[in-house]
Design a protein around this ligand. Structure first.
Ligand SMILES: [Zn+2]
Length: 446
C-alpha cells in the first residue's frame, strides 16, 4: 500500500529541522555531520547540439540548472546549437556564459585578437538577449593579460580548467574552489569529465570537497551522448545517475547552483573589441598554400560540411605549390557536402568584408568524382550579428587529374553589414578532392 507523502509544508519543516539540527551540532562526524556548504556547478562547454538534445531533458527532470558556455561564432553550425536551442535552455533557467567567438586559445593570441574573441562574443550573445555575465576560457587557456581582458569586456568571472584535486592529477591542490574564489578571473575546477570518467569518480569530486570543508566544485562537461567518438563526453545515463545521487545531498548542504547564483554582481554593459584590421591588398587569405598546420588541419582553415556522409581528411604532400595540399575523401554519401573552408572567425583569420565590394575568388584543385557529383567553389560571409551564412557558389567543376585553377569567379556585392569572408571547395557526393592555394582578392584593392 503506497504511503501518502506529508503535505509540502510538513516536508519543508522537516527539512528545516534536519538542516538546523546538523548545523547546530558541529562536533558530529561522519554521516551524521550533514551540512558541508558545498556548491556544485554543472558547466557545459562549447554549445554542442547533443547538450541540447541529451542534457536538457536530464536537467529538467532533476529541476536543476547548469551553465552553458557558448561560442557565438559556432552557433547555428552543424552539430552545434541554434540560437533557438540556447534560448530554450535560458528559459528553463539555465545560465548562458561566454566561451569566445571561435573557441580561441586565448593565451596564444595578440591582445587585440583576444579582445575581439572575448568582447565580441559577449556583445553578440547579449544582442541575442542572453544575460551573459561569466566566461569560460577555451582549453582553460589564459594568463594575467587575458584575465584582465575578460574583466574589461564586462565579465564578472573567468573559469579555467584544473587546479582542483582530480584522480591522477593536481596532487596537493585544494578539493574545491573557494567561495568567493581566490581569483574570480582564474576560477579553478577539477579536470574535464571525459568518456572514461566513471560515475564513482564524478561523485568523488563532490564528496572530496564535502570531506575537506566544502567549497565550490565547478564540473566541466562537453559532449553528452552515448558511444561518442569524442574523448570529452559523458553518457546521458551517467549524467542522469549522477544527478539522481546529487539531488538528495541538498539535505546535507550540497547544492547545485549556476555561476551567477554563486557570484551575483550586476550585468556589465557590452564592450566592443577593437576595430577590425583594414583590408590589405592582394590575396586576403591567411596561410593560403596550407603550409602551416596543426594536427593535420591547416592554420586559419576549418572543416566544413553538413548532411549524412563519411569523410576523411589527409594532409597531402601532393601539392600545387609549396609542400602541402589538403586531400578530402568522401567514401559514403547520402546528403550534404564536405569542404575545407577558410576559418569562419572574428577576423583573426577571416578576411574583412567590405560591403558593396565584389571579390574575385579561386582555389587550385584536382581529383576524381562522378560527372553528376557537384564540386563547387563556395563562399560565405559573416553577418553584422556575427553569424556565418552561405553566400554564393561557382559552377559545378569537372573532375581532373591535373592541378587546375577554378574558373574566374566574381562574387555579388557584399551585403550591407557583412564583416567577414570565407571560401572553400565543396564536394557533394563520393569522390576525392585535393585543394591548395586559396585566393580571395578585392579588385578595388589589388
Ligand atoms: Zn570549450
Amino acid at each position: 500500500m503506497p504511503q501518502t507523502p506529508p503535505p509540502p509544508t510538513a516536508r519543508l519543516a522537516a527539512l528545516f529541522v534536519l538542516l538546523c539540527a546538523s548545523l547546530a551540532v558541529p562536533g558530529l562526524t561522519g554521516t551524521a555531520r550533514a551540512a558541508t556548504n558545498t556548491v556544485v556547478t554543472l558547466g557545459f562547454d562549447d554549445g554542442v547540439k547533443d547538450q541540447f538534445t541529451n542534457a536538457r531533458p536530464i536537467l529538467r527532470a532533476h529541476a536543476m540548472h547548469g551553465v552553458f558556455y557558448i561560442n557565438s561564432g559556432q552557433t547555428n553550425l552543424t552539430n552545434y546549437m541554434t540560437q533557438a536551442d540556447i534560448a530554450a535552455l535560458a528559459s528553463d533557467g539555465n545560465e548562458i556564459g561566454g566561451h569566445t567567438v571561435d573557441h580561441a586559445d586565448l593565451a596564444t593570441l595578440s591582445s587585440d585578437d583576444a579582445k575581439r574573441e572575448i568582447c565580441n562574443d559577449r556583445v553578440t550573445l547579449l544582442g541575442w538577449g542572453f544575460a551573459v555575465k561569466n566566461l569560460a576560457y577555451p582549453y582553460g587557456s589564459s594568463n594575467a593579460a587575458v584575465e584582465q581582458i575578460a574583466h574589461d569586456c564586462g565579465y564578472n568571472t573567468g573559469r579555467s580548467v584544473g587546479g582542483v584535486v582530480s584522480p591522477g592529477s593536481c596532487a596537493g591542490c585544494g578539493y574545491a574552489e573557494t567561495i568567493p574564489p581566490a581569483d574570480a578571473y582564474n576560477m579553478q575546477t577539477p579536470d574535464s569529465i571525459k568518456a572514461d570518467t566513471s560515475l564513482t569518480t564524478i561523485k568523488g569530486l563532490v564528496t572530496g570537497a564535502e570531506q575537506h570543508g566544502g567549497g565550490w566544485v565547478q564540473l566541466v562537461f562537453h559532449h553528452v551522448c552515448d558511444a561518442c567518438t569524442d574523448t570529452y563526453s559523458v553518457s546521458p545515463s551517467t549524467l542522469s545517475d549522477f544527478l539522481d545521487w546529487l539531488a538528495p545531498r541538498a539535505l546535507r548542504g550540497t547544492t547545485v547552483r549556476t555561476v551567477d547564483q554563486v557570484i551575483g554582481g550586476a550585468q556589465q554593459p557590452p564592450v566592443n573589441g577593437p576595430p577590425l584590421n583594414p583590408p590589405t591588398h592582394g590575396n586576403l587569405v591567411q596561410n593560403p598554400s596550407l603550409e602551416s598546420a596543426s594536427n593535420g588541419l591547416p592554420a586559419c582553415f576549418q572543416y566544413g560540411g553538413y548532411g549524412t556522409n563519411t569523410a576523411t581528411w589527409t594532409r597531402s604532400t601532393d601539392a600545387h605549390t609549396g609542400s602541402y595540399a589538403q586531400k578530402l575523401d568522401v567514401t559514403a554519401w547520402t546528403s550534404g557536402d564536405r569542404k575545407l573552408v577558410t576559418k569562419q572567425d572574428a577576423n583573426t583569420c577571416a578576411p574583412v568584408a567590405t560591403p558593396g565590394h565584389t571579390y574575385n575568388a579561386s582555389i587550385w584543385y584536382k581529383g576524381s568524382w562522378a560527372a553528376d557529383v557537384p564540386v563547387k567553389l563556395t563562399l560565405y560571409y559573416r553577418t553584422g550579428a556575427g553569424t556565418w551564412v552561405y553566400w554564393t557558389s561557382g559552377p559545378a567543376l569537372p573532375a581532373t587529374g591535373t592541378w587546375t585553377k577554378t574558373p574566374a569567379f566574381t562574387s555579388p556585392a557584399v551585403p550591407a553589414g557583412a564583416t567577414g569572408l570565407s571560401l572553400g571547395l565543396s564536394l557533394a557526393g563520393t569522390g576525392t578532392v585535393y585543394t591548395d592555394d586559396y585566393d580571395i582578392t578585392d579588385p578595388a584593392n589589388p
